[in-house]
Design a protein around this ligand. Sequence first.
Ligand SMILES: *Cc1c(COP(=O)(O)O)cnc(C)c1O
Length: 467
Amino acid sequence: MQQASARYVSTRGAAPAADFAEALLRGMAPDGGLYMPVSWPTLTPDAWAPGPAYAEMARSAMTPFIGPALPAGALDRALDHLIAGFAPPEITPLRRLEDGLYLLELFHGPTAAFKDLAMQLAASLSAEALAVSGERLTLVTATSGDTGAAAVAAFANRPRIRLIVLHPHERVSPVQRRQMTTVEADNVLNLAVRGDFDDCQRLVKGLLADETLRASGRFSSVNSINWARLAGQIPYYLSAVSQLAAQGETRPPVFVVPTGNFGDAFAGIAASKMGLLTRGLVAAVNANDALARAINEGVYARRAAVETASVSMDVQAPSNFERLVYEASGRDADLTRGLFADFARDGRVVLPDELLTALRREVSAVSVDEAMTRSEIAHAHSVWDQVVCPHTAVALSAARAIDRAVGPVVALATAHPAKFGKDVAPVVGFDPDPPEVIRALGNRAERFKVIAADAAEALAAVRAFQG
Ligand SMILES: *Cc1c(COP(=O)(O)O)cnc(C)c1O
């Protein structure tokens, strides 16, 4: 009998159950919901005891979610590949800043942002699933920078997979653009859209809805609603607790997560459902504060997104909020479907009292504005001699407000500051030193095609690429 944790149901309750491979290759469930494991596997505390290597922790955290859906050894091969792309042996080193305050550094991978950790695994596991089924997969994604870079690095030259990335022309940082466009891979198409990120997202939605593109195989997206990406983010929460213990700190931590689509944070919730003891989880958002207002005021409402320095968190309707609602409501698919249908129609829903109480048991949320973000970058530099990216600064600002007398606080550091030099340099007075993966981009030739923010042009470009 297959373990329930390796079977997936939709948060909207109207899709057939799927195995891991199906949830991975589909991304979104066919009823418009998000896949969730039927139940949470439980781990024993030796899964985060001091000592084990990252791969070992990832193996215990992820094996129960995969079950028999992939060939034997698929996860081990995926982990070998992941580990090979990271510099430090801890993979996600925990850095002590001062008494009780720690940074979990998630940016030592191929594109210097935390999305590598899950994207690399998702790419390997997708290739394994396709080798079994014999299918082809075309992935399409809109990006404001980090997702596209991580996706290109992860999916380049994978057999049976094509990747199409749409970024807003001349609106991503030069480092992020070069990370996407200098990779030599015939299975990757970069489209630079004359427009903004919202235009890119609109074009991707249109492409995903176009039935003719499905003729040559599966057609899906690589965004953070994919269950495999969430599962790939659970191991570093174990790693943090393991490293705390190795440093003599055995009290459960509070995790503070810089949050956009709530994928990173939901992985932390999953880890605690699986038995990891924490003192709570704080989602730190920037001025785009729909999530914080939902949790703190009980009204989930869409507003126009504003541009901030922590650009990868400029999200107005965090997609994984749906998973949180589903879980907090006691897995009530009817409630979840109704709530998100209302939100899609009205752009605003009042959260029922009982749900709100349950949501607050899972997570608290804090919004950090631009001035606080800048002053946190300055504080980290002057007090700890640490240069941090704006996303990390948002988390640190929230983290420093938490009482550390009763236990440690761990802020997640999601990107290398050199990726966001434009916002960091004016505060610290110099350009952050780039890591080797950024230096190596050098002045390699770039490959991308500029298109108008026009559905017909996007479709034509994709058709030509699919051949
Ligand atoms: C994507 C991203 C985030 C937000 O993660 P979510 O899972 O969308 O909440 C935070 N920081 C950086 C650097 C990112 O790239």
